[in-house]
Design a protein around this ligand. Sequence first.
Ligand SMILES: [Zn+2]
Length: 411
Amino acid sequence: MSRLKKTLLYVSAAIVALAAVGAIFKDDATAKARKKEKPAKYIFVMIGDGMGATQVAAAESYLSYKAGKLGGEQVTFTRFPVLGLCTTFSANSNITDSAASGTAIATGNKTNNHFLGVAPDGTPLKSMAYAMHEKGYNVGIMSSVPVNHATPGAFYAHRKDRNDYYEISLEIPESNFEFFAGSGILDFNGKKGNLEDIDKVLESKGYDVCYGLGELAESDDESGVVVIPASQKKEAALNYEIEHDEDPAEEDRLGEVLEAAIDYLGDDEPFFIMCEGGEIDWAAHDNNITEMIDAISRFDEAVAVAYEFYLEHPDETLIVVTADHETGGITIGSDKGYMVDWNGIENDSLPADKDMNEKERNRAFSVAHNIGWTTFDHTGAPVPVYAIGKGAEKFAGRIDNTDIYGKVVCE
Ligand SMILES: [Zn+2]
C-alpha cells in the first residue's frame, strides 16, 4: 500500500471515529439543551449574497486604505463575537446557486440548484419565516434586489424554477407575512407581459403596495405592505438595486428600508426579519471590485441598523449575518506583487480594449490593482457566519447551511 493510500485510510478511520463522537454530542448535550431554549424575540437573518470571507476582507482592506492604514478597519458585522464557517454545496452540485442555498438556509434542507423552497422531488418545504410566523412573530422579508428574486423568494415561495417570477410574487399574499421590500418586482405583468400588473394583484389581496418609503410613511394599512422604490411607479420594470436611482429623493437605501421595517413591525410583538444585500453577488458576477465594495458597505449600513436595535434589546435579539455562497473567486493579490493598489479604485476608467467585453474589462481593471478573480460565476468556497445576541454561540465553528434553520428556530 502506498504511503498516500495508508494516510487516506487513516484519515477515513479518524473521520468515522469523529463522526461517532459528533453523534454522541448531538444526541445528548446539544439536542437536550436546544429543546429547552426559546428563540430570540427579535431575529435578524442577514444575507450578503455572494459575500465570501475575501469579499469582506477586500472591503475592509479598502476601508483601511481610506483611513491611511494597511489593515485594521472593520465593518460592523466582523466585530460580532461569534464566527462560524459554513459549507454551501447543494443537493445536486458542489457549487450552489442562490435558490438552493437560500432554500437550505431558510428551510434546513438541501435542494437542487434553481429549486426554490421545494425539495428535489418538488415537495414544498417550510421556511423559518413560516415557522416563526406560526409562533406569532411578525415577518419582514427584504432585499436590495427584486423581492421575487431567489434569496428573498426562498423564505416565502415554493417553485421548482426560480425564474417563475410572476408565480413567485403571487405567493407574497399566500404567505400572509406583514412586510416585503425589494428593488422592484421582476416580470411585473408576467413573462410575456400579458398578465395583470402584479401591484394590482397584490392590492386586491389586501397588501398596500408603497412606491418608496414616503408612501409607506403615509400608509395606514396594517395588514401588510410591499415597498418598492418610487422610480418603479414610472418604469414598473426590471431595475438593478433599491439604491441606485438617479434622483436621490427617490433613493431608499437598504438600511433605511430595514429601519422602516422595524418601525412597521414594532417592538411590542416579536419579529423575524430576513434582509438581503443582493447586489454584492451581482457586482461579483461582473468582477466589478468598486461596485462590490460599495454593495458591501450598503449591506453593512443595514447590519448597523440591526445592531443599533440589538443594543436596545441585547437579551432578546439575535443577529446572524452570512452569505448564501461565494461569487467570483476573488483574491487579494494577483501576480502583481505584495501590495494591493487601492489608489484610484473608484475613479480610474476601465481599459479601452475592444476585444474585451465589460466583465473582462472589469477583471482587467481589478487585476491592474492586484485584485484577482477566478470566475464570473459562484464558487464552492465556504462562507463566514457572524452572530451576536441570544443564541449566537450556536453559530460558532464549522456548520452547514442546513444547520442555520434549527439554530434560529430552536427546533
Ligand atoms: Zn449569483
